[in-house]
Ligand binder design. Structure first.
Ligand SMILES: *[C@@H]1O[C@H](CO)[C@@H](O)[C@H](O)[C@H]1NC(C)=O
Length: 278
């Protein structure tokens, strides 16, 4: 009898608070079992939590205490000593798929194991794929990005382009067989829009000749997942360039892939680079 009266009292309270439709077919207190009443109470408690303060005032409920929402910038220092994450940037971590641009076939992934420790190349599978990281704004896409390499055997920190060792002037253009190679470039790299710079790289280090390089050259399109390199010529102009590979599986960029093929007696394959989040 005492249990029943407690249940009845509880049901009366929750019904009074809500005045709303209840889950289940437990319309009146009498005949409701304890499980139904508990479900009712939980539902109402949840309902009451979600009320706005003006609704709570109207129903005579106490006001909600302010909640510090996740992602709200806080001024106090992080006790771990790390800077608080910037709510306006997105960090991307993943690997890079190499696709035959003409056929759409996946050729493989950029490898953490380079060609002669000088140039980045691709390999068939995802095992020992090169891991990269970059940051964009809240849209998820971005231009002039630096790509940080996490596990490259080149010993250099950024994935950049380096002037080919047969190039005389670092100019890429339509009609020119000149090229740049994908290589490891020393941090902090070059700034967005900067012209070819004498900054150390895996390619220059191995061939013991300082060739110019650029790093803030990546455009990421979050819709299609593509990572596109660009090259800024010494006069600041932006030639149309295409990434390609050839029989050595290394990755290159040129303003004229056919002219490169003719000059180097190779059969270049134009590629698309696609970022795959991991
Ligand atoms: C380039 O880097 C290599 C490897 O760290 C180093 O041995 C070489 O001295 C560097 N060259 C220059 C010009 O800084």
């Amino acid at each position: 009898m005492r249990v029943l009266s407690i249940i009845s009292a509880l049901a009366a309270v929750v019904t009074a608070v809500a005045g709303a439709a209840l889950p289940g077919n437990c319309g009146s207190e009498i005949g409701c079992d304890l499980a139904q009443l508990t479900a009712k109470r939980d539902f109402l408690a949840h309902d009451a939590r979600d009320l706005t303060n003006s609704e709570r005032l109207r129903r005579g409920l106490p006001l909600k205490s302010p909640i510090l929402r996740r992602g709200t910038p806080v001024s106090r220092a992080d006790p771990s000593g790390r800077p608080a994450p910037d709510p306006n940037t997105i960090s991307h971590h993943g690997i890079i798929q190499v696709i035959n641009a003409a056929s759409g076939a996946v050729l493989g992934y950029i490898s953490d194991s380079s060609m002669k420790r000088a140039q980045l190349r691709y390999q068939p599978g995802t095992d020992s794929a090169l891991k990269v990281a970059f940051k964009t704004d809240k849209t998820g896409s971005g231009t002039n990005l630096n790509l940080v390499m996490k596990n490259s055997d080149t010993g250099f920190g950024l994935l950049g382009l380096v002037q080919g060792n047969t190039d005389t002037d670092a100019v890429l253009s339509s009609g020119s067989s000149q090229f740049a190679v994908l290589a490891g470039v020393a941090k902090p790299g070059t700034t967005p829009g900067s012209t070819p710079s004498k900054i150390n790289s895996s390619y220059s280090s191995v061939y013991e000749t300082m060739m110019t390089a650029e790093t803030a050259i990546w455009t990421f399109d979050a819709v299609h997942g593509t990572l596109s390199p660009r090259w800024v010529n010494p006069d600041g102009s932006l030639p149309t360039v295409q990434p390609f590979t050839q029989s050595d599986d290394a990755i290159y960029v040129s303003g004229d892939v056919d002219a490169f093929g003719a000059a180097h007696k190779s059969t270049p394959t134009v590629i698309t680079l696609k970022f795959v989040s991991t």
